[in-house]
Write a protein that binds this ligand. Sequence first.
Ligand code: PHE
Length: 454
Amino acid sequence: MKQEREKFSGRLALLAAFAGSAIGLGNIWRFPYMAGENGGAAFIVIYLLCSLLVALPIFFTESLLGRSSGKGMVSTIKTFFNGKAGRKWCGLLIVAPLLITSFYSVVGGWALDYFIRACTGVFGRISKEEAVAFFGEYSSSVFEPIISHIIFLTITAAIVARGLKKGIEKFNNITVPMLFVLILAIVGYSCSLPGATGGINYLLKPDFGKITPGVLASAMGQSFFSLSLGVGTILVFSSYMKKDESIVSAGFFTVIFDTVFAILAGFAIIPAVFSAGIEANAGPSLVFETLPYIFASMGDVSPILSYLVPILFFLSILGAAITSEISMLEVLVEYFVEEKHLSRRKATFLCFGVCVAIGIICSLSFGPLSWIQIRGNNIFGLLDKVSSNLLMILGSLLFAVVVGWKMDRNKVRSELTNEGTNKVSVKLFPLFYFWVRYIVPVMLVLIFITNIFN
Ligand code: PHE
């Protein structure tokens, strides 16, 4: 007998899952830098507009697809294709979550390793040169990052294998609120450092002159990645949503939580960077090279804080990475349970194995495999770019086209408005429907083309 599909126990659990998926490495290592570099408050405004005008409608389409079908990504999309060939191609949809789960867990592993190191106090007296050299040596070494990557995935898989309520829900309900407390504590500390005002100004001073088409495309890309769109996480989580929950308010809350967290991460990081008199740089080097040194340099003022703050900081990155990884792994596991009829445990084990293997190659691409360069990227960088800049956009385009052109209009309306009971969404529906049919696809195609040329 087929088991009944689990549902989230309530609204808070649902929001914690969406927010947990959205809040991740993207918020901590990409947003602060992008905001500072691309016009500060002006970028934040543009980012919010992108989230509200393009990302949020896609959130709604993905969510209503999942809730109305009560199935996973591939099973849902398949029902809109009649031909056998078309249905077969739908299986390819799991490629994007598969790739992202794999390379994401490599960075998750780094966060785990850095957290453990922070606990042992190694970062206590590290100099700037040592911090840079350490990360270079560490990430290009063979064993340690691979072992951490495997442990990180094991933790995630153990949570996912326990199922929605006993695993995912329990973990998110504790971790997501904890992330906000941690980041707020770090913001308080960072903004009180001498010289922090420079960093606060860097983030807040609006400079609309810096907003170019390229910046627009990257703001858009960032809002897609940050809201976990186009790869099925929102769709699958929504399939666990009860019928009386509102998709519209879930979407708005997710955007709010995600954006607030990203801005807080900015205020946690950039003022500290300024206080240490360092230039804010992007990506892994900001979090794994610059910050350990900054924390260490505070040792003269307060040895206890310079021990404690890195622990809290890497714990928050680790927690944020796990809650995001859970949502991606769930897309894969759900696929094998539903489409290939494996038990949840077997499906998790299988996905774990494949992601470990792909992740190992990604990890080695910083060291022994770094000679493989494709258009200036190592394998890790390539997978990151292809999935975030291309596959996520294509996935979102597919969801928008299916909802706008293939799904019955009345069905779309009834899902989005909870059968006409949600007054605000009843009013907004005609605009939403027009937007998803005409405007969103055109915007997505434009972003896709811009990204291909970049
Ligand atoms: N939103 C996550 C982050 O900001 C990444 C993610 C992408 C998670 C796709 C799930 C799916 O880091």
